[in-house]
Every structure is written in C-alpha cells, then in structure tokens.
Design a protein around this ligand. Structure first.
Ligand code: URP
Ligand code: ZN
Ligand code: ZN
Length: 464
C-alpha cells in the first residue's frame, strides 16, 4: 500500500517546509520536495499542516476506581484520541487486587487494549505497593516494554518516601523513569476531614483541601529523593501550579534530572469552575485541582521556556449523571478525573500557536516529539523521517470549531471545554499509513492498534 501526500506544509519539532510525503507499507519512505511516484492513493493537502501524530502519554481508559469505571474503554477512548489527531497513547494501567503482581495488570491491559485499541499504545506501570518481589519484577516489566512507572504520594495506594527511593533506585538502575503524582497526603487528608466535619462539602472545597503548597512540597520531596537515588530520572505528571513549576525550574537549573508534564485543564480552566451551579462544579473534580487564574499563564511560560516538556491529558472520564453526581452532597465521594483526549491538539494549537504563546515547532514538540522521546518511542513515533511509522495528523489552520461534547467521540456526557472556540483543527489522522479519520469520521477497525514495547532511554544508574 502506497500513500502519497502532496502539497502539505510539513512541520516537525525542528523545522517547517513545503513538500510531499511518500508512505509505503506503513512507514515514511520519502520526505520533502516534489515526489512523482505511483501510489494507491494520492491526497492533495493544499497547504494544510502535516505533523507527527499526537502522542498522549497520560490516559486512563477503563480505569476502575472502585465506585465507578471510566466511561471510555480502549475502543471509544482511542477513537476519540484519533479523531483529535492523536496516534499513540501511553495509558496508566489501573489497580489490581491488593497485593497483585505488576504483570497481573499488564496481562489484563494487554487483553483489553489488544481487543479494542484503534491506535498504537503502550502502558505505564502503576505501583500500588512495594516489596522485594515487586522491585525484582520491574526488570522483566521493562524487558516486556513497560519502561516507566507511576507512584502516588496520596490516595490509599500512596508510597512512603523511603519506598519511592527504593523504586527510583531500582528503575534508575534499569534506565527506566519514575513518574509521580505529586501531592502530599497528610495535609490533604486532614483538610478534607475538617471541611467535611464543618459541612463544607461543595466542589470548591475539593480545591481548597488540596492547596498549591501540597503540590510544591511533594515536588520538593521527590526532587530530594531523586537526588538521593543517584539522580534517577523523575517525571512530574499533571503539574497544576505556577509555584510547582518554579520549583521544577530551579531544580533543572541546578542540574537535576527532572521533567514535567502539564495538561490542558491546567492551562485553560481555573478554580472558579467549581462554583458553577446545579452540580456542574463536579465536572472539574480532579486531582490536583484547578487553580486560581494566573497559574494558567505561568504554566504556558513553562511550556515556552522548556521547563515543561510535555502536554498530556490525564483523560479520566466519568459521566456527570450518576457518576460525578455521587459527589453532590459531599465532594469526597466524586470520582476524580475529567475527559480531554480528543480536544488536546486543537486546544493547544489554537491557544498556543494561533494566539502566539508558542511557535509551531514547539507545539509539535510538546504534543508529540518530546513525549515520544522521554517514553522510549522515538523516532518510530513523534517524528517525520524516513523509516518512521507513518503516524501523522493533518491540521487545517483555517478551520474554526466550537467544542461541544455532542460533536466529540468521547463516550462521556460532558467536556470541560464546552463552548470554547478554536481556530485550527485536525482534519485527518493517519496511523501506520492508514487514513483512520477523515473530517471527523473514523474509518479504521477495532483492535487495529499495536502494543508498543517501549525502550528504557535513560543512562543506567549504578548501585540501584
Ligand atoms: O483526578 C485525576 N487526575 N484522576 C486520574 C488519576 C490520576 O491521579 O492521574
Ligand atoms: Zn495522578
Ligand atoms: Zn492520571
């Protein structure tokens, strides 16, 4: 199968140029210039942007939090991702039964995604407890293609600092990366209990019980743990605050091995959303919470200056009806998380590139290339180069769209971005040379996605 893309504007994380692209057997075989070649299909892109497909390294398809299961499974979630220009996801595996092995969850997720995913996928390991068996099992998980693991500092499955250190040492010795949900448990636990006891149970108290300082302190602790673990690589997921960003910026200037991800919700929304009436404030119950306005622009600066490397979604959708509404009388009962996998690219292009906050090459870097590099997928993913997978998105920079959950493919009854007007929208998505979305219509097959065995990309740290 040969596909020829004519007259596009090719944009990578490094450069922008006019030219054609030839795809053979799912791989990019020629880039740039005028290509004259026999092809099964020729598509004239007439000045539209051709970019590496989006790489979203933070999703929670099928996540079971005990009281609710995320509304998107690997089929609906990956169709939505593809419709929004994303061609690769790295999903956080959910929690297994107490005490289960790391492979227990991997086996389950391989089955679910193998059956349903329509784009290529990898998994982050999730650590719910540690002991010698779990630490030893990390080697075979890495060999099986899971080269990153998330540890939580809060929730029931939080790790103590000495456990985080053991995890970082072990993963560091394997060249794998530790990712962290950075919020300090003790203060949050106390504040939540106090607000509930005082009858302060509205959604705004979700935010007030998780103040910025809990994120900052957690990041500071993790930076110190990483240092003690021989400078093992550390990736802070869903960074939400300007002060957290400043902490990371200082650490990077001091030479620490630390990377950061933020998400559209922390760039576009603020804590006033929790005051929306008729239970709508529950839509935004996620952790960390939305912050005061002002944090948004500080995070944008962090993207522009390179302190933040990636923008992922933390897509974790629960219907407002019956699911998020469990928090109607008490925010602590609301399942945490919000959707976003489909709107990420359009929001970042429109608010980032179109509004001049970042350049177009930086945009490609944060939504595709940098996440592919950090998580062991590059150059197969996240690049436009000969031999790379032909995973591409086409953006029409003139297309104006008003975002509404009614037009999205996500299987959830709201979007936090309802009514936002964007200029520039993905109009075609190509996965391994197959056009799987055209003008918002998905044309691929369920289960066509492939598991990506991700390589560990960091220098191995001795003594772990
Ligand atoms: O509230 C959120 N973010 N839920 C998803 C799980 C997580 O912590 O990433
Ligand atoms: Zn988290
Ligand atoms: Zn998450």
């Amino acid at each position: 199968m040969r596909l020829l893309l004519k007259n596009g504007v090719i944009v990578t994380a490094e450069e922008t140029f006019n030219g054609d692209l030839l795809i053979e057997e799912g791989l990019i075989s020629r880039v740039g210039g005028k290509i004259q070649s026999e092809a099964d299909r020729v598509i004239d892109l007439k000045g539209k942007y051709v970019m590496p497909g989006g790489v979203d390294v933070h999703t929670h398809f099928n996540l079971d939090v005990g009281t609710a299961v995320a509304a998107d499974d690997f089929y609906t979630g990956s169709v939505a991702a593809a419709a929004g220009g994303t061609t690769t996801i790295v999903d956080h595996m959910g929690f297994g039964p107490r005490g289960c092995s790391l492979h227990h969850q991997l086996d389950k997720y391989m089955e679910d995604a193998g059956r349903d995913a329509v784009i290529d996928y990898g998994f982050h390991g999730v650590i719910q407890h540690i002991n010698d068996g779990i630490l030893d099992e990390m080697r075979s998980m890495v060999e099986d293609g899971v080269s990153s693991f998330k540890g939580y500092m809060t929730y029931d499955y939080k790790l103590q600092d000495h456990e985080m250190k053991a995890v970082m040492e072990r993963l560091g010795s394997l060249g794998a990366i530790t990712t962290v949900h950075a919020e300090t448990h003790e203060e949050i636990h106390e504040l939540r209990a106090r607000y509930v006891a005082e009858g302060k149970t509205q959604p705004i108290y979700h935010a007030k019980s998780r103040p910025v300082k809990t994120e900052v302190e957690a990041i500071e602790r993790m930076i110190e743990i990483s240092r003690k673990a021989g400078d093992a690589p550390l990736y802070v997921v869903h960074l939400s605050s300007g002060d957290g960003l400043d902490t990371i910026r200082r650490a990077r200037k001091a030479g620490r091995n630390i990377y950061a991800e933020t998400c559209p919700q922390y760039l576009f929304l603020d804590e006033s959303r929790y005051m929306e009436e008729d239970g709508n404030g529950l839509k935004y119950v996620m952790s960390p919470p939305l912050r005061e306005r002002g944090n948004n622009e500080r995070l944008w600066k962090g993207i522009a200056d390179g302190t933040i490397q990636t923008v992922a979604t933390d897509h974790c959708p629960f219907d407002l009806k019956l699911k998020k509404e469990m928090g109607e009388k008490d925010f602590t009962r609301c399942p945490n998380g919000a959707p976003g996998v489909e709107a990420r690219i359009a929001l970042m292009y429109s608010e980032g590139v179109e509004k001049g906050r970042i350049g177009i090459n930086r945009f490609v870097d944060v939504v595709s290339t940098a996440p592919a590099k950090l998580f062991g997928l590059y150059p197969g993913k996240g690049s436009i180069s000969v031999g790379a997978d032909a995973d591409l998105m086409v953006i029409d920079s003139e297309r104006e769209v008003t975002i509404s959950h009614k037009n999205l493919h996500e299987n959830v009854d709201y979007t936090p971005y309802e009514g936002m007007k964007v200029k520039g929208y993905p109009v075609m998505t190509i996965s391994r040379g197959e056009v799987i979305v055209e003008e918002g219509v998905f044309t691929g097959q369920r289960g066509r996605g492939r598991f990506l065995k991700r390589k560990p990309v960091f220098k191995q740290i001795k003594g772990g």
